[in-house]
Design a protein around this ligand. Structure first.
Ligand SMILES: Nc1nc2c(ncn2[C@@H]2O[C@H](COP(=O)(O)OP(=O)(O)OP(=O)(O)O)[C@@H](O)[C@H]2O)c(=O)[nH]1
Length: 268
């Protein structure tokens, strides 16, 4: 199961990530950190004993069933859609089927960074997505954390790297070194804390220092919906949509991708 893979990855990151990341020039933060370090990560089994060297080792677990998309989900609102087509371009499908994906290689990997104020719910959002869990106890992220989710989209293997960054000021410096090479930025704010919404502009500005605004996808996500009253929620939604619009205009982001999602990992 891919959420297990996420945990496994942390223990055995370099051997697994090596072949995954090598064809992808942008997802370099983790890799370059590892390349810079002198550590050697032994390949071990669950008991910690080294695995036998096998001729060929199938290290990837099958893609989780709910991560196999046989058709692209249709958008609910066109203005909030990442794609408006029903299928890949025939040339893309053909190239994938014939393994002619060139420099992209066998795997397509996208890097997503999740940023936002302290305790807004970034880790919970990722955990709900990757492990379908929710922890009500707060444990601050130190520096960065990392999850990997594998998909199969219209028969094409696809992996998502999710980088969970710390919201605490003292870790900002470490976390920001992992911003580079993101294809998507998720900025989280707390629906019950207007200051966290105001701070999203600064989080975006910092993340865009390391990324190309013309190609990055942006999501503004409001968390802790279960803790707000309908009246509070309506007000906040209005403000959040305004901020999302402002972000698009100020940062000249490509239009439909700056979208506002309002979310609660508890309520789902
Ligand atoms: N009620 C409720 N609590 C939430 C929700 N999302 C997160 N929390 C709680 O808020 C606290 C902080 O959540 P985290 O996900 O750790 O926050 P974070 O943004 O990762 O925090 P940092 O790592 O410090 O940046 C935890 O106690 C969570 O249980 C939500 O949607 N509803």
């Amino acid at each position: 199961m891919s959420h297990v893979l996420g945990l496994e990855l942390r223990r055995e990151a370099p051997p697994l990530l090596g072949p995954l990341l090598s064809p992808f020039p942008l997802a370099g933060s983790w890799r370059s950190q590892m390349l810079r370090s002198d550590h050697r990560f032994p390949i071990t089994n669950s008991t910690g004993a080294p695995r036998k060297a096998a001729g060929k080792m199938n290290i990837l677990a099958p893609v989780r069933r709910d991560r196999v998309l046989t058709e692209l989900p249709q958008y609910l609102r066109k203005e909030a859609a990442l794609h408006v087509h029903k299928d890949f371009h025939p040339r893309v499908t053909c190239a994938c089927q014939e393994h002619r994906t060139g420099t992209v290689g066998r795997f397509k990997i996208s890097k997503v960074i999740v940023v936002g104020d302290l305790s807004v719910g970034k880790t919970c959002l990722i955990n709900r997505f990757c492990k379908d869990t929710f922890d009500k106890n707060y444990k601050a992220t130190i520096g960065v954390d990392f999850e990997m989710e594998r998909f199969e989209v219209l028969g094409v293997p696809f992996s998502l790297q999710l980088w969970d960054t710390a919201g605490q000021e003292r870790f900002k410096c470490i976390a920001s070194t992992y911003y580079r090479g993101a294809q998507a930025i998720i900025i989280v704010f707390n629906l019950n804390d207007v200051t966290s919404l105001e701070h999203t502009k600064q989080w975006l500005a910092d993340a865009l220092k390391e990324n190309d605004p013309s190609s990055v996808l942006l999501f503004l996500v409001g968390s802790k919906k279960d803790l707000s009253t309908p009246a509070q929620y309506m007000l906040m939604e209005k403000d959040a949509l305004k901020v999302a619009q402002e972000m698009k205009t100020v940062q000249r982001l490509p239009s439909p991708e700056a979208v506002c999602h309002l979310y609660s990992p508890r309520a789902q």
